[in-house]
Design a protein around this ligand. Structure first.
Ligand code: BGC
Length: 746
């Protein structure tokens, strides 16, 4: 008995100790000084014997049934053997509504509502890996509540041009930020017995001609810019599936591209999961399969007419492809089904959907995503003393953005608009004078261009409606303060078409100028997912805020930033250029190409171009203000010289020199002078977000494995670290470097 008590109390002490330790650990990673490592679970081989047995019992038709869509969002199962259909769902902003089995019409259900999460650009703007984990984990739970196996997300193509229709859906122009957000998102998602389907593999950076454009990228650029996030998704997060893109790469469609799917993805990276085609992106039967595709998905036509359906049965019968080869693909699918416990009888995560907890996840991410671009004379946060009325102007104050935009639409019960957010947060004694200001209007003749993949971008009507303009001016005149909600929406920024230019659509520029003229106390808030030309309006207004298609709680998060309950900490995940011609793809006249597009700027994508060519951006990559100020001090490394297999530990003290608590993102860029190879002026190689209390100082530690400094040597086909001196630059944007440390690599 006594022994038992001793044992129990020892166990209690141990449990307490480990729980404290765990707490301390999670506290450390929660906006603390050091990044947490995210690693996914690999696909195991423990089910192989069972899988072999199943495959041995399958007919040719049953096997092939698993290799193509048997409805819009499922591929076939084999009922008699207990193999379920593989159930997929879009997409990057939350679980899409249920689509009919054989056409694109919504299924019309009442139980397919979901939480709308901030779009990719917003998530990346948090510069917070923990937010990415929360995002994936929350969304994974929703997937399970909807009984899905595979989420068609994350979408991680590099933002090559600001005009890309899917810029809002994608994350960044920078491969390092891209992978540091993608990996925790995938880990969080797959922790819930759901597969991530990382898309669109790869080199799919424009919508114009996406069905056939042949992308030409030199090998070094491919490896250093366009592939790292995919590579990390496979090697670190162990994503269980990948989506082949629509376009061609070096002459071959990406769903039948042996180099990309077999050589790189499987042979080099060791990918064990399944390759799913984008919808109707397949162009051949045996060639696709032999080049590495596993499942063909598509748009409505009889499912037996798919390339990997009847035609494949015929090819197998005529011995064009052996059954042993088919088995390889079938087994891959089965392995992923076992891995996420869709098979094998183990208890699977049940999930939950549209819960208050999930809305709060969306809120937390949204609040950290908002970027403060300008704040002269502390115009923000808005002080309410003496304020009796606020003019709220702009169609975007009430515009909802959850639905629409093809695969990235979410049917949600909650989307708090900016106007609703303000109403929720302002005291009722303050009068809100709302005026729509501008109308979202498209040229009827060119309306067909909305989502038309062969053109770039819808044509908008940019004349203001005189009555709407007058109403806005009156509202601004009679109010103590005005807030304009401008920007774009998810019809204007959309999959399947790129934008024509950076201009603010619908006459918003004129509206903003006129409102500013009658009420200088005007705050301009942009709700958009991609860069716009906001040069002139930013110069004239004292406060400019950037928000995103920012999820179910976007309006509340925005109101909290405007009113100071949240101190903004978002940083731009891409460069905001002054004019489109400053951007690399445009300066090199290599967008959108015709049948072929040649990425002429090479490795100089995004800020790499602006910094190397000394072009001043309007707002630089990594930029975002706070309501407090920070000072960096005591930057140092643990050693001065490193071997190739070592890790550089960089630390810096971040002091909050202002009056309120706030989060800062320490960004670490590296430069190599006297390099033997062409390089960008600097490259992001580390970052860490940290919460620092007013008046306090916290130490941030960033670990840079020396191998992160490598360039891809095309001649030897190896990642190579050039020995010599490297400058490590610590700053809070790519253009605000506060400390530098030089190290030597042996
Ligand atoms: C998009 C994918 C999406 C798929 C299914 C395609 O048009 O490119 O991102 O997952 O449709 O909706």
């Amino acid at each position: 008995m006594k022994n038992k008590i001793i044992y129990l109390s020892a166990a209690l002490v141990f449990a307490l100790f480990t729980s404290c330790k765990n707490e301390a650990k999670s506290e450390l990673s929660a906006d603390s000084g050091e990044a947490k490592e995210y690693k996914g679970k690999e696909i195991g081989s423990e089910f192989d014997a069972e899988i072999d047995k199943l495959v041995a019992q399958m007919t040719l038709e049953e096997k092939i049934g698993m290799l193509h869509g048997n409805s819009m969002f499922t591929s076939g199962g084999v009922k008699r053997l207990g193999i379920p259909e593989l159930k997929m769902a879009d997409g990057p902003l939350g679980v899409r509504e249920e689509i009919s089995r054989d056409n694109w019409a919504p299924a019309g259900l009442t139980n397919d509502f979901a939480t709308y999460y901030p779009a990719g650009g917003g998530l990346a703007a948090t510069w917070n890996a923990e937010m990415a984990y929360t995002f994936g984990n929350s969304l994974g739970q929703e997937m399970r509540a909807r009984d899905k196996d595979m989420l068609l997300s994350p979408a991680i193509n590099i933002v090559r041009t600001p005009l890309g229709g899917r810029t809002y859906e994608y994350m960044s122009e920078d491969p390092f930020l891209n992978k540091k957000i993608a990996v925790p998102l995938i880990v969080g998602l797959q922790d819930n017995d759901v597969m991530a389907c990382v898309k669109h593999f790869a080199a799919n950076n424009q919508e114009t001609n996406r069905d056939f454009v042949d992308v030409q990228i030199d090998e070094r650029t491919l490896r250093e810019i366009y592939l790292p996030a995919f590579e990390a998704s496979i090697k670190e997060a162990h994503a269980y599936s990948v989506m082949g893109a629509y376009n061609k790469f070096r002459g071959e469609y990406l769903c039948e591209n042996d180099y990309m799917l077999n050589k790189i993805l499987r042979d080099e990276w060791g990918f064990k999961g399944v390759v799913v085609s984008d919808w109707a992106a397949v162009h051949s039967t045996v060639k696709s399969l032999k080049s590495g595709l596993d499942i063909e998905m598509g748009t409505p036509k009889p499912f037996n007419e798919f390339f990997l359906a009847d035609k494949l049965i015929a090819a197998a019968k005529s011995k064009e492809i052996s059954e042993a080869e088919l088995d390889i693909h079938v087994k891959r699918i089965l392995r992923t089904l076992f891995q996420v416990k869709a098979m094998g009888g183990k208890e699977r995560a049940k999930g939950s959907i549209s819960t208050e907890a999930h809305y709060q996840d969306a809120y937390k991410i949204a609040a950290e995503a908002i970027v403060l671009l300008k704040n002269e004379n502390n115009a923000l946060p808005l002080k309410l003393d003496g304020v009796k009325s606020i003019a709220v102007i702009g169609n975007n104050a009430t515009k909802k953005n959850a639905l629409g935009g093809f695969g990235a639409g979410v049917k949600t019960k909650r989307e708090v608009t900016p106007l609703e957010g303000l109403k929720n947060r302002l005291p009722s004694s303050i009068k809100i004078n709302y005026a729509e200001g501008y109308l979202e209007r498209y040229d009827e003749k060119n309306k067909g261009n909305l989502g038309n993949i062969t053109s770039n971008g819808p044509v908008t009507i940019d004349q203001l409606d005189p009555a709407k303009l007058q109403e806005a001016i009156e509202a601004a005149k009679k109010s103590d303060v005005a807030i304009i909600f401008a920007g774009s929406n998810r019809d204007y920024e959309t999959e399947a078409s790129d934008r024509r230019n950076l201009k603010l659509p619908f006459g918003q520029e004129e509206l903003i100028q006129k409102v500013l003229a009658v009420n200088p106390k005007t705050i301009v808030v942009f709700v958009a997912g991609a860069p716009f030309d906001i040069d002139a309006v930013s110069k004239k207004s004292s406060a400019v805020v950037w928000s995103w298609f920012n999820g179910s709680e976007g309006g509340n998060a925005l109101a909290d930033v405007i009113l100071g309950k949240v101190n903004p900490s978002g940083k731009l995940p891409w460069t905001m250029p002054k004019t489109i011609m400053d951007s690399p793809a445009h300066a090199t006249n290599s967008f959108p190409g015709g049948k072929t597009v040649n990425y002429a700027e090479g490795i100089l994508v995004g800020y790499r171009w602006f910094d190397t060519k000394n072009i001043a951006p309007l707002f630089p990559f990594g930029f975002g203000l706070s309501y407090t100020t920070f000072a960096f001090d005591n930057a140092k490394t643990d050693k001065t010289s490193y071997a190739q297999n070592e890790t550089i530990t960089v630390s810096v003290d971040v002091k909050n020199t202002g009056k309120i608590d706030g989060k800062e993102v320490v960004q670490l860029y590296t430069s190599k002078s006297d390099s033997k190879i062409t390089r960008a002026a600097q490259e992001l190689k580390g970052f860490q977000k940290i919460l620092v209390k007013s008046g306090s100082s916290n130490t941030v530690t960033i670990k840079v494995p020396v191998k992160e400094l490598a360039y891809y040597d095309v001649a030897t086909k190896k990642w190579t670290v050039e020995p010599g001196k490297y400058t490590l630059k610590l700053g809070n944007s790519s253009r605000d470097i506060k400390k530098e440390v030089v190290v030597t690599i042996k």
